[in-house]
Design a protein around this ligand. Structure first.
Ligand SMILES: [Zn+2]
Ligand SMILES: [Zn+2]
Length: 434
């Protein structure tokens, strides 16, 4: 912060006018750039290994898209959506998740013609008005993988494998998969009734939300985080006892595939994932020492029918990137394995400064990263800047060097300093960086 901005900030503070980000919406700051760069790079790398194409859908969608697909009695739709009217009078929502938009796009653009099944991934911000807490923001970022157009258990396993590939590439190796099946619309009906019978006996102990959900959507009681509802949940009927033959076979096939691939998992009969569009397999990744899951997903074979009037089986997952940053920090895992050394360019006179831009461009053309602080006058303050960005090499150009056609290279790692000819600049730097 320079002296000038300090004063400006102070006067704003005095008037109580210094702007702050909105509660629950965080800035992603330069200090965390390595995390986000590695998310983008790893996402593209893993996706191309697994044959997923990139897709990006708008942040704003019709509010009814989410209300229909996520479900009117879910926490997301009831309490967490940012819904508003546009100046044109349309009711829109900031997307609370990525799957509904991807399916909307799949149906709108007939993407089944592109490949079958369609394998896509997205990475972007989502919005939910939740209580902010560790790893949970109101604007947060998700990486999602979706496979649309096939109901085979093979693809449930493939989504899980692609996610694990992503986690492993980041250095997260100790994840446990929690998994459950929610059945199909036939067998879930019987389970729903059982659940309704069970919770009806404890109606007085349920929270007001769940009392209301009891009639319309008893499955959602299993998501409820109220202590009294959570206690009741532990004794509730087990959905796996109600699966029909087809759903049972599908779930067995998924478990066999993930066992064959050495994936650690735990059956969790109360895992329901908070969204109505899921059926059959649902899953979540957790890790010891973390109070939150790092991502989850499942099958959504009925979603296309709900929003597009045709049946298109699909399965997907979304991973919470802020939560992954948190996990990497807690576990002390650095996102970039090997940092490239950085070159800092210092110029002492006005003439040297003028000349330095062209020299830096030469280095950059050879893919050598160079930074500078040419707005600063003294060598001392430029060296301070070099120190701040943790440069390995400093190039110093002064009047004498211009006259001689040379430049000084100072290696901050060893303290060694020498004069080299400008003609040899690129090769000399390359030698020292290798
Ligand atoms: Zn079934
Ligand atoms: Zn409740």
């Amino acid at each position: 912060m320079t002296g000038k901005t300090k004063i400006a900030a102070k006067t704003f503070l005095k008037k109580g006018k210094l702007f702050q980000s909105i509660k629950g919406m965080a800035d992603i700051l330069p200090i965390d750039q390595d995390y986000w760069r590695s998310f983008w790079q790893t996402a593209f790398k893993v996706s191309s290994r697994h044959g997923f194409y990139f897709i990006e859908t708008p942040i704003l969608e019709p509010a009814s898209l989410f209300e229909a697909s996520i479900g009117a009695t879910t926490d997301i739709v009831e309490k967490q959506m940012y819904v508003f009217k546009t100046p044109g009078g349309d009711r829109v929502a900031l997307r609370p998740e990525g799957t509904a938009g991807v399916m909307r796009s799949y149906l709108q653009h007939r993407l089944s013609y592109f490949s079958l099944p369609l394998k896509v991934f997205y990475l972007g911000p989502m919005f939910r008005h939740e209580k902010p807490q560790a790893g949970r923001y109101r604007q947060f970022h998700q990486l999602g993988f979706e496979i649309i157009g096939d109901n085979s258990a093979f693809y449930d396993a493939e989504i899980i494998l692609a996610s694990l590939d992503f986690f492993r590439a980041l250095g997260l190796n100790d994840l446990i998969l929690k998994i459950n099946s929610l059945g199909c619309r036939v067998c879930r009906l019987a389970f729903r009734q059982e659940l309704k019978n069970y919770f009806s006996a404890y109606k007085k102990e349920l929270c007001p939300d769940c009392r209301r959900r009891l009639g319309r959507n008893p499955l959602r009681i299993l998501d409820c985080q109220e202590p009294s509802c959570r206690t009741l949940k532990s004794g509730s009927p087990n959905i796996l006892d109600y699966l029909c033959q087809n759903c049972n076979n599908h779930f067995k096939a998924v478990l066999e595939l993930i066992e064959d691939n050495g994936i650690k998992y735990e059956l969790d009969p109360h895992l329901v994932r908070g969204l109505d569009y899921y059926n059959r397999t649902v899953f979540e990744f957790v890790s010891s020492g973390l109070s939150f899951s790092l991502g989850g997903g499942g099958r959504y074979d009925y979603l296309a029918e709900i929003i597009g009037h045709r049946l298109v089986p699909a399965v997907g997952i979304s991973l919470g990137l802020e939560r992954i940053v948190e996990a990497l920090k807690i576990k002390n895992i650095s996102p970039i394995k090997r940092k490239r050394p950085l070159v800092f360019f210092a110029a002492i006179s006005e003439e040297a400064k003028k000349k330095s831009l062209g020299l830096m461009e030469k280095l950059r053309a050879a893919d050598i990263p160079v930074v500078e602080a040419l707005g600063r006058n003294s060598l001392k303050s430029q060296m301070k800047a070099a120190d701040k960005v943790k440069s390995s090499l400093v190039l110093i150009l002064g009047q004498k060097e211009i006259f001689e056609g040379s430049i000084i290279i100072k290696d901050l790692r060893t303290g060694a300093q020498e004069n080299i000819l400008l003609d040899k600049l690129v090769e000399e730097i390359k030698k020292r960086l290798s």
